[in-house]
Design a protein around this ligand. Structure first.
Ligand code: FAD
Ligand code: GLY
Length: 378
C-alpha cells in the first residue's frame, strides 16, 4: 500500500538520491515550492563530479556537430545563469563567482587553424556569435599566449563559475529553504511498492516519499541498471598564479586541454576524457598530456607551482546528453550531464522541479527522455 501519496500539483514529499550540483539544485527549487525534500548522500555533499569540474559555462565553445537538442538546452542554461547566480548568492550568502568574460579557442598549427575554421562554421550554423582573431589580436587580449598562436576564436557569451563554491552555495540555499540533507548515508536500492517507486532503501533504513529523484551522477546505473550512464574519467590539475598578475584572464581552449583562471589565484588545466571506469588515479601520461598542451599555449606556466591534482567522473550517457525524465511512476531521473552538468544546473533544477511537482515536461525536455535510447539503432 502506498500511503500519503500527494496528487500531482501538490507539493508533498520528495526524496532525492545524490547531493551533487544537480541533486542540491533540484532540491532547492522543490523546497522553495513547498515540498518536504530530503537529499541523501553517501559522502559529503558536493564532492563528486561537481567538485572535480572546471566550472566552464561553454555552450558556445563546446558545441559539437549532431548535438542540436543539447545545444538548445545548453543555450537556455547559459541565459539562465546570471539570474540564478544572483538568487543563489542572496539565498546562501555565498558568491559562486560567475564570470561571463568569454572564451578563446586557439590554434598553433595549420591543422588546428583548419579545425578552428570548422568550429566557426558550426557556430554560424547554430547562431553562436564567435569572432575570428589573428594571433596578434589574441595576444592583445592575452599577452602571455605563445608567439606560435596563429589564430583564435573568441566566444564572448561563454564564461565560468567556481563549481566548488556553487555546491557550497546550493547546500546552504537548500537548507535555508527548509530542505533536509542526510550525508554519509549510502543508498542501496530504490524502494518499490505496487508498481510505484516510493523512496529509497538506505544504510540507515528506508526513506519513503511521494516522489523520488535519482541524481546520483556517474553512479546512477548502480541503482537503476536500465540507465545507459557510465563514468568518464577526467584528470585535472591546478597551478598557482600571482593574483595581482594572473597568467590568463579568459578561459582558453587548445586542441587537447583547457585553461581556466580562477579569481582565487589558481589556474586550472583540464581535462583528460578516459573510458577507465571508476579508476581514480592520476597518471603520468594524463599529467604529461595536459601540461604539454597547456605549455605550448602558455609557455610562462613553466615556473608556476602545481598546487593540486584530482580526478573526477563525468556521468556520460550514450549520446553525451542528460536523461531528464519520469522513467517510472514516482521516479524522475536527473542524471547523465556528462561534460555540461555545471552549465546545466539552473535549467535542470527548474525543469525537473516542474516535472516532479506537476508531471509537466517542458518541451525542451523532449530530447532528454530515456526512451530515446530504445528508439535509436543500438
Ligand atoms: P555528482 O556531482 O557526481 O553528484 C552525484 C552524487 O551522488 C555524488 O555526491 C555521489 O556521492 C552521490 N551518490 C552516488 N551514488 C550514491 C549512492 N548509492 N548513495 C548515496 N549517494 C550516492 N561541467 C560543466 O558544465 N563545465 C565544466 O567545465 C565541467 N568540467 C568538468 C571537468 C571534469 C574533470 C569532470 C569530471 C566533469 C566536468 N563537468 C563540467 C561535468 C560536471 O561536473 C557534471 O556533469 C556534473 O557535476 C554532474 O553533477 P551531478 O550532481 O549529476 O553528479
Ligand atoms: N566540460 C569540460 C570537461 O568535461 O572536461
Amino acid at each position: 500500500m502506498v500511503q500519503n501519496r500527494s496528487p500531482k500539483g501538490q507539493a508533498g514529499s520528495v526524496v532525492i538520491a545524490g547531493a551533487g550540483a544537480i541533486g542540491l539544485a533540484v532540491g532547492w527549487r522543490l523546497a522553495q515550492r513547498g515540498a518536504r525534500v530530503t537529499v541523501i548522500e553517501r559522502g559529503e555533499a558536493g564532492r563528486g563530479a561537481s567538485w572535480a569540474a572546471a566550472g566552464m559555462l561553454a555552450a558556445g565553445i563546446e558545441t559539437e556537430p549532431g548535438e542540436d537538442a543539447l545545444f538548445h538546452l545548453n543555450r537556455r542554461a547559459q541565459a539562465d545563469w546570471p539570474d540564478f547566480a544572483r538568487e543563489l548568492r542572496q539565498a546562501s550568502g555565498i558568491d559562486p563567482r560567475l564570470r561571463l568574460d568569454g572564451t578563446l579557442s586557439i590554434a598553433l598549427t595549420r591543422d588546428e587553424v583548419e579545425r578552428l575554421r570548422a568550429a566557426k562554421a558550426l557556430h554560424a550554423r547554430f547562431g553562436v556569435a564567435s569572432e575570428w582573431l589573428t594571433g596578434d589580436a589574441a595576444r592583445e587580449l592575452e599577452p602571455s599566449l605563445s608567439p606560435r598562436v596563429a589564430a583564435a576564436l573568441r566566444v564572448a557569451e561563454d564564461g565560468q563559475v567556481d563549481n566548488r563554491l556553487l555546491t557550497q552555495a546550493l547546500r546552504a540555499a537548500f537548507l535555508a529553504a527548509g530542505g533536509m540533507l542526510e550525508e554519509n548515508t549510502e543508498i542501496h536500492a530504490l524502494a518499490r511498492e505496487g508498481g510505484l517507486v516510493v523512496g529509497l532503501e538506505t544504510a540507515h533504513g528506508p526513506r519513503r516519499a511521494d516522489r523520488t529523484v535519482l541524481a546520483t551522477g556517474a553512479w546512477s546505473a548502480a541503482l537503476l541498471p536500465s540507465l545507459p550512464i557510465r563514468p568518464v574519467k577526467g584528470q585535472m590539475l591546478a597551478l598557482g598564479m600571482d593574483v595581482s598578475r594572473p597568467l590568463l584572464r579568459h578561459v582558453v581552449w587548445t586542441q587537447k586541454a583547457y585553461l581556466v583562471p580562477r579569481d582565487d589565484g589558481r589556474l586550472l588545466i583540464g581535462a583528460t576524457v578516459e573510458e577507465a571506469g571508476f579508476d581514480d588515479r592520476m597518471t603520468a601520461g594524463g599529467l604529461l598530456g595536459l601540461l604539454e598542451s597547456a605549455w605550448r599555449a602558455l609557455p610562462t606556466i613553466e615556473d608556476a607551482p602545481i598546487v593540486e591534482t584530482w580526478v573526477g567522473h563525468r556521468p556520460g550517457s550514450r549520446d553525451d546528453a542528460p536523461i531528464l525524465d519520469e522513467v517510472e511512476p514516482g521516479l524522475v531521473v536527473a542524471a547523465g550531464h556528462h561534460r555540461n552538468g555545471i552549465l546545466l544546473t539552473p535549467t535542470t533544477a527548474e525543469l525537473v522541479a516542474e516535472l516532479v511537482l506537476n508531471g509537466r515536461a517542458d518541451p525542451l525536455l523532449a530530447g532528454f527522455t530515456l526512451a530515446r535510447f530504445s528508439s535509436k539503432a543500438a
